[in-house]
Every structure is written in C-alpha cells, then in structure tokens.
Design a protein around this ligand. Sequence first.
Ligand SMILES: *Cc1c(COP(=O)(O)O)cnc(C)c1O
Length: 396
Amino acid sequence: MYSNFQHFLQTELDNIKAAGTFKEERIIVAPQQAEIKLADGSKVLNFCMNNYLGLSNSEELKNAAKEAMDTHGFGMSSVRFICGTQDLHKELEKKIAHFFGTEDTILYAAAFDANGGVFEPLMGPEDAIISDSLNHASIIDGVRLCKAQRYRYKNADMVDLEKQLKLSQAQRFRLIVTDGVFSMDGNVAPMDKILELANKYDAMIMVDESHSAGVVGTTGRGVTELFDMKSKVEIITGTLGKAFGGAIGGFTTGKKEIIAMLRQRSRPYLFSNSIPPMVAAAGIRMFDMVDKTNTLQDKLHANTDYFMNKMKSVGFDIKPTKSAICAVMLYDAKLAQDFAANLLKEGIYVIGFSFPVVPNGQARIRVQLSAAHETKHLDKCIAAFTKVGKEMDVIK
Ligand SMILES: *Cc1c(COP(=O)(O)O)cnc(C)c1O
C-alpha cells in the first residue's frame, strides 16, 4: 500500500527541490540572540529572528521560568477548564489585558491557535468576515473553519475594503480582520482609515498584533497605540513567540463578552493543553518589565531608525515602514538568493524571499532588527550589505 504513496511523495518533494523552494533547517547550537553559533562552528550575526525586544535569552526571564518550575511544576497535563488553570495563567491574562488596555484575555498554546479558534465561535453564516489578502496563514485557516460569508480586500487597500463593506451590508454582523504589521513588507495596516470605514459601515475590527506588539508605538503597545485607538478595536490577537520572550504561547484580548464566549466555545482552547507554568511566569515577568521601563522599546526603535537611514544613504531600495522589518528590495529571485548566500559568507544571517512567498518580481532580503543588536552589529551588517551590494552591482 505505501509504495505508491511513497513514490507520489518522493516525486512531489523532487518537484519542490527543482522549483528551488525546498526549505532546509539551519541548525543553531547556541541560545537565540544577536550572535549565534551554527552547527559547523561558524559564528554569524542574526538578522532574521522575531526576537524584537532581545528577550529570548534574557537572564530575568530565564530566572522567572526556573523559579516557576520549582513552585508550580513542569507541565499542566490538562486543558484549562478541567485542571489546567493555575494562578499564573490568570495573572498573565490580566497582565496582557492591562498592557493593551483591553477588558479580558484568553491564552492559547500559540497565536496560530488563537486565530484558528476566534472566528468559528463568534460568527455564523448570517455574518461577514472581511479579511486583508495578505493576512497570516492562521487567520486564513481560522476563517476557513467558520461558516461566515467571506470577503477579501487587497492588502491595505481602503478603496477595496470599502467596496467589500458595501457588498457585505446584507449580513448581520461584519468583522474586518487585519495583521497589524505584514511580515513581508513590514508595512503597518492603516488602522485609522480602517476604523473610519468600520464606523461608516457598521463593522467590528480584529487586529493580529503578532509582528507589531512590543514593536510598534512609542511603548510597543502595537498599532492601536500608533494610531491612538486603544479600546476601539474589538479583538486583538498576538503571540508570546516573537517580541515577548519568544518561547511559545498566544492570546486573544479584547471585549469581555467576546473573551467569555471564546472560553465556552473556542476549540483550540477547549481541546488543547495549557501553556506550561514556566512560560506563564516568564510572561508575567516580561509584561512587568515592559510596563516599568521603555528601555527595550526605545533601543529597538533607535536601532531600526539607524539601520534604515544608513541603508538608504548607501543606496539600497528600502520599503517604508514603522515596524522592525526592513525589506531590502532586489526584485530578482536569483539575485536575492545569491545575495543572502554572500552575506552569510560575511557573517550576516538574513533570508532572501521570492515568489511564491512574495509577488513575482518582488524578491527581497528581509532584515529584522532587534533590541538585542548593538551598534557594532548594525555597522557590521551595513558594511556587509554595502560590500556585497557593490560586488553584485546592486548599488554604486
Ligand atoms: C507569527 C505569527 C503568528 C503565529 O504565531 P505563533 O504563536 O508562533 O503561532 C500568527 N499571526 C501572525 C501575524 C504572525 O506573524
């Protein structure tokens, strides 16, 4: 029985390789941080991690995790509503709500689960979900699991969003869904205009702050801070796996009735394990840290400005952004792959992205800045880009 299927899979895998889109894992033999050691012993500077606040190897978070391991054990062996809720889980939910200025929060094992479990309990066939075309895969999957009518608008295109809102007026409830920051261009969703349209066409708003929380806005509260619209969106989803320590975990935070309904009906919450106590405890410590001081957020913003300005001044074509994602546009797929390979030889680890991850002819290298980077790291990265850019005739 298996031999036919095996042959089929092998052919498909060979096709992926032939198309040049086969994903390999690069093995890191050190903690996640600015300077990492690879399995071959080489040391490189890491510019492709989502470790925006530099907390993935934080002593303070590691200590909080170790302490919680002693006081609260290793694992929960339960979903939340049976025997998987400790004081730590409730406290973390409160901290997240406090951070975003929302009413209540529900934790998940990942943001993928938060998005997977948010639509189906809330929206039915009488309702409409109006989703940005570049939203994260987990939003797309979550919408698929839900019976609501689906509308899609072109990325951050407010003319198209208005058109879809008009088309959806017959439905009972409307929910506009967008990423706060889109991961490929690093562009920020135009939340002010989305809010205007939501008010005009009687729609609610959900924003996924996975790439924007901790990053965007003066104190890192995300796009609702940047656009000064706290408590004006009904639903925020986010991850603990990026800026907020990088371990694991996701959340939905927002209006209390919405969160209450998710606790009753959201399948990834009802049927999947609680996050481990050490992750909850480190999360609590993390929110205390970013509440008390703005040092990390300030450093990230300073690093981002420094890097973007220098890269523009040496002649690179950079997508404008308020996030910590810097898309260095090269347009050609092979050029982007070779450019990234040459940068690795210079000790800079970045990823080249091309079709189908980004539109055809829009190949680029994505650089992700972090509060973990020091100026010397940024300078080394810019020098390597400049050297390779000149060698490959990208800049003069
Ligand atoms: C990373 C990401 C997720 C998934 O987060 P996990 O917690 O790793 O599952 C969801 N949405 C967006 C927009 C993301 O960038």
